[in-house]
Write a protein that binds this ligand. Structure first.
Ligand code: PMP
Length: 343
């Protein structure tokens, strides 16, 4: 007999049990742009970087794998093959290693070494493909992942863009958490849209449980199709698309607010400096949209904004003055040299 029983008050038996149940925290500084923090609408952020893999994507990883085990699509000792370079890969890698599966992730060569190394650190195999070839070229990202699925015995491809367990994971976890944490007082939910899983599942739950009273607001990079763009490029990562994925149900969403890269990155930096929240660029984007919404809200409104990941993965970009000024996002890099500090 063990002296300490497992359970929520003592310890989790695997890191997978730590996924979800993320905290809400009030924005008290950046909100001052539009409202008094004590008298205006209450703006709360749901901090997903506290998940074991550092992002909201842990939620879909565990649910997609649970469902594939149940349906028999993923068999003991099987291999998970997915074209992903980022947060979904980390979530899948963690759940896979805990349950004895292998992982092969396929990434385009524009993905940073840090991201590839993170996936490898968790024990996943990563295949890097050239970006500069046509989609039907045998070495393309798409051809290689299709071939790996075909040729690897026991392979299963979660396909986060069409897998309905993505939205389902949020319907069964993120949505009920927000409803319980706000004691049913949430009036607006704001989230970015990548696969659309987060906003679809969370939004569907919050609308159902509130008799359609909770308004679901999408935040989208300018240029993305969700806010009427033509797919023109933008630099904020993980959100916006140039196609419509099956994981996204637009009927859940009441409104979409388009946000520029400049606004997203500026707010991302402010969240670290003013709120102590070192988060990714899609978080800054969602907060910009939430503040724009807050301007139109009253003191009884409770806006919950989902912050998908942490900022450590963006230190050489959003939090790097040279990178920011190279793209014109900041005018005067204020990185001080040792000489300037001593002067
Ligand atoms: N932000 C980041 C950093 C992400 O990785 C993702 C997932 N692609 C999202 C936002 C959007 O989440 P979803 O795919 O559920 O729409």
């Amino acid at each position: 007999m063990r002296s300490l029983p497992p359970g929520p008050e003592t310890y989790a038996t695997t890191v997978v049990d730590l996924i979800g149940d993320t905290p809400l925290v009030q924005l008290r500084s950046v909100i001052k742009d539009v409202a008094d923090p004590d008298e205006g609408p209450l703006v709360l952020v749901k901090v997903e970087y506290v998940n074991p893999g550092g992002s909201v994507k842990d939620r879909i990883a565990v649910r997609m794998i649970d469902a594939a085990e149940k349906s028999g699509a993923l068999k003991p000792g099987g291999t998970i093959v997915e074209p992903t370079s980022g947060n979904t890969g980390v979530g899948l890698a963690i759940v896979a290693q805990q349950r004895g599966y292998s992982c092969i992730f396929v990434c385009p060569d524009k993905v940073s070494d840090d991201k590839v190394n993170t996936l490898r650190a968790y024990g996943a195999d990563v295949v890097v493909c050239p970006t500069a070839v046509e989609p039907d070229h045998p070495d393309s990202y798409y051809s290689v992942s299709d071939r790996l699925v075909r040729d690897t015995p026991g392979a299963w491809k979660p396909d986060q863009y069409s897998n309905q367990e993505g939205p389902n994971s949020h319907y069964h976890s993120t949505g009920p958490e927000i409803w319980a944490q706000t004691q049913g007082k949430v009036t607006h939910f704001v989230a970015g849209i990548g696969t659309g899983g987060t906003i679809t599942g969370t939004g569907r739950y919050l609308r159902e449980v509130s008799d359609n009273k909770v308004k679901i607001i999408g935040a989208d990079p300018e240029g993305s199709v969700y806010s009427g763009g033509n797919g023109r490029p933008y630099l904020v990562e993980g959100v916006g698309e140039d196609f419509w994925p099956a994981a996204y149900d637009p009927s859940v969403v009441s409104d979409i607010i388009a946000v520029s890269d400049t606004e997203s990155f500026d707010m991302t930096r402010r969240l670290a400096r003013e709120e102590g929240l070192l988060v990714g660029g899609s978080c800054g984007m969602a907060v910009v949209a939430a503040l724009r919404l807050a301007e139109t809200c009253g003191p009884d409104d409770v806006i919950v904004v989902l912050l998908p990941d942490g900022g450590r993965g963006y230190l050489s970009k959003i939090f790097n003055d040279e990178w920011m000024s190279g793209y014109g996002f900041i005018k005067n890099p204020h990185q001080e040299t040792v000489g300037e500090v001593l002067r």
